[in-house]
Design a protein around this ligand. Structure first.
Ligand SMILES: Nc1nc2c(c(=O)[nH]1)N[C@H]1C(S)=C(S)[C@@H](COP(=O)(O)OP(=O)(O)OC[C@H]3O[C@@H](n4cnc5c(=O)[nH]c(N)nc54)[C@H](O)[C@@H]3O)O[C@H]1N2
Ligand SMILES: Nc1nc2c(c(=O)[nH]1)N[C@H]1C(S)=C(S)[C@@H](COP(=O)(O)OP(=O)(O)OC[C@H]3O[C@@H](n4cnc5c(=O)[nH]c(N)nc54)[C@H](O)[C@@H]3O)O[C@H]1N2
Ligand code: SF4
Ligand SMILES: [Mo]
Length: 734
């Protein structure tokens, strides 16, 4: 008889963790739909989530472990793979010491406590401090900056009275916020868009400000100037809760809107108007791009400026403003280890603040560190050869490794370089904790991620692979959990919501904490116990304790050197997550090929027509892509999407050495490039390629028996000083 079950779980095709209902028949997932009761997505799913099953049951899934041989990849058994990897790791550790191991986990791991936590534990147990992740290209910059300002991590909520989308396009990248905007705009909430591309939401906005990429910090300073000059600030709030305001008053006096107009291309009158609107709204929030404001030369100071704008207008811990959630508690899967990860000396604030250490190294330093400092590299749930800056540098470096292991669901470009490729389970094939907090707008919601189906093919979960490797490396005692369920129970322990309760009584999930508005004594856990407008933490590491503006390193104002146009890479595509999902046909149909965007005047200037194919070039490399000529983008700027493989990979253009000076983030939003139309013959070639899914290595259809995929595809409170030793967490909860 047919058995049909309904299982409530979350979607992890991006980090939002929307709730969903999975129907399983005879062990096979047959349907996925949105879960009405989930506070993030309220029954809706984005197209990626809707097509989750095509992704999971894709014929391109990796099916068994592979080993690189001279003639290509060869199928091997799990025992052989794990024995050989362990043997090589042991040998390298004996000869060079444990720190030669680097591990990397991608954005899918950021909100995935099992993946990031176990990866962190694995390298720590091995004895290496070198854990890399997308945390040093994305988002942690804001966490760090808000920590040093507030001693806590206040974030924007889903519901607000005034949404300032500052380099953020929820229609593409933030499904829960997209839904919330629909609800709240209908109820009269106001919207402002600050973006060099006129995104569709700009049509519904009070104001649209077309800013030059990478200059947002200058505009934020001018807004402070207006708010202070016109005395629009919230004096009682500042007097009661902040330190350093006097120095800010003096500091921002030269930064007039006229000064900012020159830099940002935004009319001074618009900056004044926005400053007044923002200061006049209680319950207003800056929704800063999840990575746009990080990946630029002024990144840390941009985030500082936004924190200070929220503070001086009193928009902290009020409904619709930035809100501090109480601290969530989970069992810590991470492990402490001696030593400083790469980048800890060069970018000390990334690594440590007030005695509290972070488990991450700076990923932009990986290529230059191979082979002297890193000789073995383990990638789980990431595709750094496509997603990290400077793909050429990463590729060259990876080829010098003694050991590269990739644990993934698909044969990615990174996996193609690996010595061993291990097949991974999808989120429906393993147990986990699905928490919703940081990137999901102050919603402390928790759900059990259920194992809905058995692992497909020979795929294994992160828990299983790390545990088995650990045993072979003599580290078994650090991986004591006998099953995934045991591990997840351990994680849930301190939350007060046990495994069985979440499984049987609250399969739909539960709020695990209550938000509290208002500011009470001791809320801000900085050394001064106040919001630090003036930051000693920044001063200590040699940077401006008050926010300032730094022109991008590659900028028209610094000279064009043969690269006449500004380059911004990586605006999101609704249908794909980074380099993933391009092999899901219904998604690919919606967005069949990569397209660079330029404005009509730029097109005329460079002799390119809409739909033609062009080469885009920087100091680091060249890509080829179809060009869309659209009036919605700033003239003089080329917008290139990221995540596409082969010759359309945007990160062939970015530069791992072009870094933000305080935290070491790569500049991906404000570089310089050249664009040139391709001759007809070359154009034809690229069109053929894109029709075949851009599989530039077509012809090698078969790798060791598998069909070659086309998927080339915190609340973080800071202890007062001196504080008790804090556990080292490996996720955004801190
Ligand atoms: N569908 C989908 N959703 C995703 C992802 C995905 O790959 N696919 N990735 C997820 C991840 S990891 C992240 S970090 C987030 C990223 O999320 P965001 O950083 O919010 O990225 P976008 O939503 O693309 O919005 C960026 C907008 O900023 C504009 N922009 C570019 N440069 C500048 C600049 O210098 N200043 C200003 N003011 N604006 C600028 C772009 O034109 C674009 O419209 O998305 C997440 N969501
Ligand atoms: N030029 C440019 N580059 C960018 C950006 C940009 O704006 N511009 N944005 C950057 C940002 S913000 C980010 S966060 C990064 C993201 O960088 P990555 O996280 O490296 O990108 P993804 O392509 O999402 O890679 C995730 C991989 O994990 C695999 N995977 C999925 N689920 C699982 C699982 O459960 N287990 C295992 N083992 N594997 C799994 C997928 O198949 C995929 O290969 O990209 C960055 N790259
Ligand atoms: S936004 Fe889409 S892909 Fe991301 S978790 Fe929600 S349904 Fe899944
Ligand atoms: Mo990201």
């Amino acid at each position: 008889m047919e058995e049909r079950k309904q299982i409530l779980t979350d979607c992890t095709l991006c980090y939002h963790s929307c709730g969903c209902r999975v129907f399983v028949e005879n062990g096979r997932a047959v349907k996925v739909e949105g879960l009405e009761s989930h506070p993030l997505n309220r029954g809706e799913l984005c197209p990626k989530g809707e097509h989750a099953l095509e992704h999971i049951y894709s014929p391109d899934r990796l099916k068994y472990p592979l080993k690189r041989t001279k003639g290509g990849f060869r199928r091997i058994g799990w025992d052989q793979a794990l024995d050989e990897i362990a043997e090589r790791l042991n040998r390298l550790r004996d000869e060079f010491g444990p720190q030669i191991l680097g591990v990397f986990s991608g954005s899918i791991g950021v909100e995935n406590m099992e993946m990031a936590g176990l990866t962190q534990r694995f390298k720590a147990s091995f004895g290496s401090p070198n854990f890399f992740s997308v945390e040093s290209v994305c988002y942690r910059m804001r966490i760090r900056t808000r920590q040093i300002t507030f001693g806590k991590y206040p974030i924007e909520e889903l519901d607000s009275k005034l949404y300032i989308l500052w380099g953020h396009n929820p229609d593409a990248s933030d499904f829960p916020l997209k839904l919330a905007l629909e609800r709240n705009l209908a109820k009269g909430a106001k919207l402002v868009v600050i973006d060099p591309r006129r995104i569709p939401l700009a049509d519904r906005a009070e104001m649209y400000l077309r800013i030059r990429p990478g200059t947002d910090g200058a505009m934020a300073l001018a807004m402070m100037n207006v708010i202070i000059t016109e005395k629009l600030y919230d004096k009682p709030f500042i007097d009661a809760h902040a330190v350093g305001f006097d120095r800010l008053v003096e500091h921002v006096s030269p930064y007039t809107p006229e000064w900012a107009e020159e830099i940002t291309w935004v009319p001074a009158g618009d900056i004044r108007k926005l400053a007044r609107l923002f200061a006049g709204t209680r319950g207003a929030s800056i929704y800063q791009g999840t990575c746009t404001q990080d990946q630029t030369a002024n990144g840390t100071q941009n985030s500082r400026a936004f924190s200070i704008l929220q503070t001086i207008t009193g928009n902290i811990n009020v409904p619709g403003g930035w809100v501090v959630s109480p601290r969530s508690r989970f069992g810590d899967v991470g492990l402490e280890v001696e030593g400083t990860p790469l980048g800890g000396d060069e970018y000390p604030l990334f690594f440590e603040v007030w005695g509290r250490k972070s488990p991450y190294g700076v990923v932009t330093m990986v290529p230059e560190s191979i082979p002297d400092k890193l000789k073995a590299f383990y990638v789980v749930g990431g595709n750094p050869l496509v997603s990290m800056p400077d793909s050429n540098a990463f590729r060259e470096a990876f080829r010098k490794l003694d050991l590269l292991v990739v644990h993934d669901m698909f044969m990615t470009e990174t996996a193609r370089e690996a010595h061993y490729v291990l097949p991974a389970c999808s989120h429906l094939e393993k147990w986990g904790v699905a928490y919703t907090y940081n990137v999901c707008h102050a919603l402390p919601y928790l759900m059990l991620r259920k194992k809905c189906i058995e692992p497909l093919h020979e795929s294994r979960s992160e828990w299983k692979v790390y545990t088995e490797l650990a045993v072979r490396l003599g580290m078994g005692k650090d991986f004591p959990w006998k099953s995934e369920e045991e591990l997840v129970s351990f994680e849930l322990g301190p939350s007060g919501l046990p495994f069985q309760y979440l499984l049987n009584e609250k399969p739909e999930g539960d709020f695990y904490l209550e938000k509290q508005y208002g500011t009470r004594e001791g809320l801000f856990r900085t050394p001064t116990r106040k919001i630090e407008i003036y930051s000693d933490a920044l001063e200590k590491v040699g940077f401006n304790p008050l926010p300032d503006y730094r022109e991008p390193e590659r900028s028209p104002l610094r000279g064009r050197n043969g690269f006449p146009l500004i380059l911004s890479t990586g605006h999101r595509n609704y249908f794909f997550t980074h380099s993933q999902h391009r092999n899901v046909e219904p998604l690919r149909e919606q967005s069949p090929e990569p397209e660079a965007e330029i404005g009509p005047e730029t097109a005329v200037r460079f002799g390119i027509e809409d739909g033609e194919v062009a080469a885009v070039e920087t100091n680091r490399g060249k890509i080829r892509m179809k060009v869309r000529v659209v009036p919605s983008v700033s003239e003089g700027v080329v917008f290139v999407p990221h995540g596409w493989p082969g010759e359309a990979n945007a990160n062939l253009l970015t530069d791992a050495r072009c870094r933000e000076p305080i935290l070491g983030y790569p500049d991906m939003k404000s570089l310089m490039c050249a664009i040139r139309k391709l001759p007809r013959k070359e154009e034809q070639k690229i069109i053929n390629l894109s029709q075949r899914g851009l599989d530039h290595e077509n012809g090698r259809r078969d790798i060791g028996g598998i069909r070659e995929g086309r998927s080339l595809q915190t609340s973080e409170p800071v202890p007062s000083v001196p504080g008790p030793a804090q556990p080292v967490h490996a996720n955004r909860l801190g």
